[in-house]
Write a protein that binds this ligand. Structure first.
Ligand SMILES: Nc1nc2c(ncn2[C@@H]2O[C@H](COP(=O)(O)OP(=O)(O)OP(=O)(O)O)[C@@H](O)[C@H]2O)c(=O)[nH]1
Ligand SMILES: [Mg+2]
Length: 510
């Protein structure tokens, strides 16, 4: 290859050089001004180059973490999501607390209706109208057919009738008019509070008239806009959004308290195995000491005209999820500030699992790039049945799902974190005398102790993970009560660190 000398002639023929060459007759002043302009242009150009470099660096650094929440309905998926939001986007979480008031009101109203419907059901079965309503309140052998409601409960039932209106009001506030399923009110005979009161496990029990009429929300923020009652911010003090539902609840509060604390009502609920304390609003409640914090045991506060939900109230609220939704947020503070988290929350009921093809291969492409799965198994459900299918034991359903998730070949490389959840209810249940061994035979003669039970369940779930994972992977298992802010904070931080570490390792950045 020969080199061609660059002559003045060649340069002159280069149109670019010709255009950029300073004019031959340039004065000193013109030259100084041209050089100044060129300097300014260079500085701008450098600034642009630097901005591009920084943006590239940031894009390279930008962390996107995708987490999938799985587990049966009422296992605590949406509550776990709310814990992430509370911990890592506290400002946004605080802003939204007022929007949960309508959900909490509905949870309370439905709890009351569960009690009233149970009483109505007993009245219907009353074949001896002249008999005393209860001869021996503590006798479990007494037939319910001999029970007649005492006059004071009849009065309470009548006085609490306005709550039916509040229920319709709240449903129309939270649910769009075309959602027929959610707006069908199941009066008379339903013993569900949003379908999630503890239904006891008895395969031979005849099905009671039961309507699964739980209110649900579809993905998106539409229900929050409806709940706020106005398109803009709902305010932060609660004072500016006094509404009709809260006014009626406030008006009825002494009757609600009287109903909830009535010994005959408690006895009827116990006999009917209607366990409101396992439903919404009772998180962290010790079944033996029902006076600990819960909506129904804190009625003065939650029915006050200026009621503003606390963090705990929001975590205890129950609103069923329908569909699949991805919540995205950026960490607001700390070392991970700016990291984007996308958490996928799915509806866990059986119909949802069928409708959205939870696990078959059609489902996987949607979730295949998740960094980790948090699987929630509510281990307190050993003596309960699914709200949507009363022939299926809750624990058994959880174990089968766990096996299905662990053995899925397409998810073989995804880390799975197990939350053995609702340990607070497990503890209360065992301490109240329910014997685990009666429902889980393999528990054998071990002590009926919550810690022993947790350890036992952990080892069983771990063995399934080991045996059914297509390729060996580490087992991460936690015993949780995700409504408990104190203990869950540490667990979620550990999970977050683990997920980020694995994410970095996978990106070969470690
Ligand atoms: N006591 C107690 N209650 C819990 C716990 N975890 C969740 N809950 C409550 O259980 C109810 C159901 O929890 P969700 O988070 O809505 O359940 P989910 O898995 O999202 O249910 P779906 O949306 O139907 O799939 C809510 O009222 C929660 O407050 C827990 O560890 N202890
Ligand atoms: Mg949910």
């Amino acid at each position: 290859m020969t080199s061609v000398p660059v002559t003045r002639d060649r340069v002159d023929r280069d149109p670019l050089s010709a255009a950029l060459r300073p004019p031959i007759d340039e004065t000193d002043e013109e030259k100084a001004s041209r050089l100044a302009e060129e300097d300014a242009a260079k500085r701008v150009s450098h600034a642009i180059d630097e901005a591009i470099r920084i943006e590239k660096q940031q894009r390279k650094k930008h962390k996107l973490v995708r987490l999938l929440l799985l587990g049966q309905s009422e296992s605590g998926k949406s509550t776990t999501l709310r814990q992430f939001q509370r911990l890592y986007t506290p400002n946004a979480f605080r802003e939204e607390r007022i929007l949960w008031r309508a959900v909490i009101q509905l949870n309370i109203v439905r709890s009351i209706h569960t009690i009233l419907d149970t009483l109505t059901d007993i009245r219907r079965r009353d074949v001896y109208p002249s008999s005393p309503y209860t001869s021996d309140p503590d006798s479990d052998s007494e037939s319910e057919n001999h029970v007649q409601l005492p006059p004071h409960l009849e009065d309470l039932r009548r006085r609490l009738y306005p709550l039916r209106h509040v229920e319709s009001l709240l449903i129309s506030k939270l649910v769009p008019p075309n959602e027929h399923e959610a707006t069908t009110l199941g009066y008379g005979g339903s013993n569900s509070v949003n379908g999630n009161v503890g239904h006891s496990w008895n395969a031979h029990q005849p099905a009671r008239p039961f309507q699964n009429n739980e209110v649900f929300v579809r993905p998106g923020a539409a229900w929050k806009r409806r709940s706020s009652g106005r398109p803009q911010s709902a305010g932060t003090t609660g004072q500016e959004t006094i509404d009709e539902s809260q006014a009626v609840l406030h008006h009825c509060r002494s009757d609600i308290v009287a109903l909830w604390n009535d010994p005959v009502v408690r006895q009827i609920l116990r006999r009917r195995k209607v366990r409101l304390e396992e439903g919404p609003g009772f998180a962290g409640c010790d079944a033996r000491r029902l006076n600990r914090s819960s909506y129904l045991n804190d009625l003065d506060r939650v029915t006050s005209i200026q009621y503003f939900p606390s963090d705990d109230d929001v975590l205890r609220a129950r609103l069923k999820t329908v569909g699949v939704s991805e919540y995205s947020f950026h960490m607001e503070a700390g070392d991970e500030r700016g990291t984007e988290w996308r958490i996928i929350d799915v509806g866990g009921s059986r119909s949802q699992r069928r409708e959205f093809s939870w696990l078959p291969s059609t489902w996987v492409p949607f979730f295949d790039d998740v960094n980790a799965i948090i699987f929630l198994a509510p281990i307190c459900g050993f003596d309960q049945v699914l709200a949507e299918d009363r022939s299926v034991n809750r624990l058994e359903d959880s174990v089968l799902l766990w096996k299905e998730v662990c053995s899925n070949k397409l998810l073989a490389k995804v880390d799975i974190v197990l939350f053995l959840n609702k340990c607070d209810i497990l503890e209360a249940k065992l301490k109240s005398g329910v014997r685990l061994q009666k429902y889980v035979r393999s528990f054998g003669e071990r002590p009926n102790d919550p810690e022993v039970a947790q350890k036992y369940f952990r080892s069983k779930f771990s063995a399934i993970h080991r045996e059914h994972s297509p390729i060996p992977r580490k087992f991460y298992g936690f015993c949780t009560s995700v409504t408990d802010t104190t203990t869950t904070g540490g667990i979620i931080a550990a999970v977050k660190d683990m997920v980020l570490r694995e994410h970095l390792r996978a990106s070969k950045l470690l």
